[in-house]
Design a protein around this ligand. Structure first.
Ligand code: ZN
Length: 167
């Protein structure tokens, strides 16, 4: 297997912000996921976090960022923007990201990791196949997971699993 490309310190800074947003989501009763949209110069354009607790399971931050980009960014700017996210895009969000023409994706935790963790904690698999981004959007440049953040991320998702089990 090829070594994944190394993440830069700027990548890690944005991913840490995603983890903060994921913690904010968890504290508010939502699932622990957060994402930021960054322009070609590295400036944060928009950020959001999971908002599914209200009953709409499509309120993923990655889809929200794709729709935000579609509404506000010129099509020729979007491929040079990067989306950072605490957990790899699901197929719905990968498709939204690709349809609006956004560029690189950097994630802290991969879908494969999250699927394995959740299975280990006895959580039932979701209704959508746990495909990697490139199985849905083959042309997208993708980087991750961030091994530097794995422990922190796993702990946050373990807390979510504990809460889900006791509710
Ligand atoms: Zn999603």
């Amino acid at each position: 297997m090829d070594e994944p490309p190394a993440l830069t310190s700027q990548d890690l800074t944005h991913l840490r912000r995603c983890l903060d947003l994921a913690r904010e989501a968890f504290a508010d009763g939502d699932e622990p996921f957060g994402s930021v949209l960054v322009d070609p110069h590295g400036a944060v354009l928009h950020e959001d976090r999971n908002r599914t607790a209200g009953g709409d399971q499509t309120r993923h931050p990655e889809l929200e960022l794709a729709r935000w980009a579609a509404a506000r960014l010129a099509p020729e700017v979007r491929p040079d923007c990067t989306v950072y996210t605490s957990g790899e895009h699901c197929p719905m969000c990968a498709a939204g990201h690709a349809w609006v023409g956004l560029g690189r994706i950097v994630y802290a935790g991969s879908t494969a990791q999250l699927t394995e963790w959740r299975h280990g904690w006895g959580l039932s698999p979701g209704p959508v196949a746990p495909l990697p981004i490139n199985a849905v959007a083959p042309g997208l440049p993708v980087a991750g997971p961030a091994h530097e953040l794995a422990e922190e991320l796993q702990e946050l998702h373990r807390q979510y699993a504990d809460r889900a089990a006791s509710s």
